[in-house]
Design a protein around this ligand. Structure first.
Ligand code: LRH
Length: 490
């Protein structure tokens, strides 16, 4: 079987990238074709995503990838993944032309999940269906921004807004529709809406009806490994004169990240650490019990019908938002590696541990002030210097990870003797060591690009370049990437 080349469009909450992958039975090589910033746009009516900008960057990046792949047989397919839960609303428009296939047009810029509007939506949903029942149906942890709460906040359950909306598409599905004209709901990301039944992995139409949502609000669910379609004719000039097949991958970035994690045994846990730290296990069966609900563990749909049994712990967001605050205050860029070095020197006895799960830390804004307020309320000393605050955040994130690992082991009845840390956080040695120390488990760090790797592996398997189960695909990662192991020091 030959080596094939694929382009992964991987959009994270703080940056996006287009990665070109050369994949074969003995080959896994990644090159970054493009990287661009992403973040909330503060509009008068709330926090939005600049999705048109992201689409433009993705298209330019794909053009770069096509050029880079040209001399080696070109690109076989494209796959898209992004953060979960957020969506665009579309209306059916009349006078369409060929560049608006199906006549579906985006109604306004999609909301950012950190927008505060969701509180009213939570109440509206739980009034109709209490949380304990919701959990039994969808198996999802409570996150105030799960799609169903956002839809309720948008007054889509009833009322005039609902009538105007023809369809809702999650972010990767929307970009896929813009690329190909075809609309599907990719299964792993659909599972984060709260509207997919955990047993059937299909839309829970009864739940949707009880919530007052139109049954056809989302398109048909399609599994990773399905071909969505070819890029539209109008895009050909941007893509080196070609039409590229778009393949559905685990379009939830966390689903792709776990495909790209070289889990060594079924007892190995993972932490996919970027903006969020997604801490948990890959399971064949969902765990939907009172105990898992109380510990706020989720059963998100994974690739190949597996379950991502995990919980969201606040991740590097706490650090990046702190640095952003200091940047605004001083007008100078802050260097995380330098700050982390200084943070390591802070004496252990001076380290304050905060509860990183406190909801006050979710919205963008002045993070040091919020940490200070938390400390005052809890009679803890406020970290007095920048290194002390950075150390407090790193150790507090690690403490959150350690607790989640214990919970995962207990709830799924697994030993959890090793933890794979992947994503951006795997480069943070202080965080990896603190996680090993606080959890008492070996932390195996890397690959940093697990998400792009997972995206590319599913494309390559769909193309017939690779075959087998996820374990077979992960073998390739084990052979091509060398992880760094952190052992517990106490
Ligand atoms: C990580 C992630 C996570 C979701 C959150 C909204 O990027 O997809 O899995 O909970 O974003």
């Amino acid at each position: 079987r030959p080596v094939t080349q694929h382009a992964a469009v991987d959009l994270g909450a703080s940056s996006g990238r287009v990665v070109l992958g050369r994949v074969g039975p003995d080959t896994l090589e990644l090159t970054e074709a493009a990287r661009f910033a992403n973040g909330p746009v503060h509009l008068p009516d709330g926090l939005r995503w600049n999705l048109l900008g992201l689409f433009g960057h993705a298209l330019t990046g794909l053009g770069e990838a096509v050029r880079a792949a040209e001399d080696d047989g070109g690109i076989t397919s494209v796959g898209i993944d992004s953060w979960a839960v957020d969506y665009g609303l579309l209306a059916r428009t009349a006078g369409t032309n060929s560049s608006a296939p199906g006549g579906l047009s985006l109604l306004g810029a999609p909301f950012h999940y950190r927008d505060g509007r969701t509180a009213a939506g939570v109440q509206a949903v739980h009034r109709r269906v209490p949380f304990a029942e919701l959990y039994r149906r969808n198996g999802l942890q409570f996150l105030p921004f799960n799609t169903l709460y956002q839809l309720a906040a948008d007054e889509l359950l009833t009322g005039p807004a609902a009538a105007a909306v023809e369809q809702a598409l999650l972010v990767p599905d929307l970009l896929g529709q813009w690329l190909t004209g075809e609309a599907r709901a990719e299964a792993t990301n659909a599972s984060t809406t709260g509207l997919v039944n955990v047993d059937t992995q299909n839309w829970d139409l009864e739940l949707m009806e009880r919530l007052g949502l139109a049954r056809g609000l989302f398109p048909e669910i399609a599994a990773p490994g399905t071909t969505l379609g070819e890029t539209r004719d109008e895009l050909t000039p941007f893509l080196g004169g070609q039409r590229l097949p778009v393949t559905l991958v685990g379009s939830h970035d966390t689903a792709s990240a776990i495909v790209g994690t070289p889990l060594s045994t079924p007892d190995a846990a993972y932490i996919s650490c970027g903006t969020w730290g997604l801490v948990g296990l890959e399971l064949e069966q969902a765990v939907v019990t009172d105990a898992s609900r109380e510990a706020n563990f989720t059963n998100e749909g994974g690739v190949d019908g597996r379950f991502r049994f995990l919980t969201n712990v606040m991740g590097t967001w706490l650090l990046s938002e702190t640095l952003r605050t200091w940047e605004r205050e001083t007008g100078r860029a802050q260097d995380l590696p330098t700050l982390l070095e200084a943070a390591e020197q802070v004496p252990e006895a001076d380290v304050v541990i905060i509860d990183v799960q406190d909801e006050r830390f979710v919205p963008p804004g002045d993070m040091p002030a919020r940490v200070g307020a938390w400390c005052t309320e809890h009679d803890a000393p406020t970290p007095a210097s920048k290194p002390a605050l950075v150390r407090c955040l790193v150790e507090s994130i690690a403490a959150g990870f350690a607790r989640a690992l214990d919970d995962a082991a207990r709830l799924a009845e697994r030993r959890v003797d090793v933890v794979h840390m992947v994503g951006g956080g795997s480069l943070n040695a202080l965080l990896c060591q603190a996680t090993a120390d606080r959890s008492g488990r070996d932390v195996v760090a890397g690959p940093v690009e697990a998400t792009a790797i997972g995206n590319l592996l599913i494309q390559a398997r769909t193309a017939g370049t690779l075959s087998g189960e996820l374990e077979d695909l992960r073998e390739l990662i084990t052979r091509s990437h060398s992880p760094v192991t952190y052992r517990p020091r106490r």
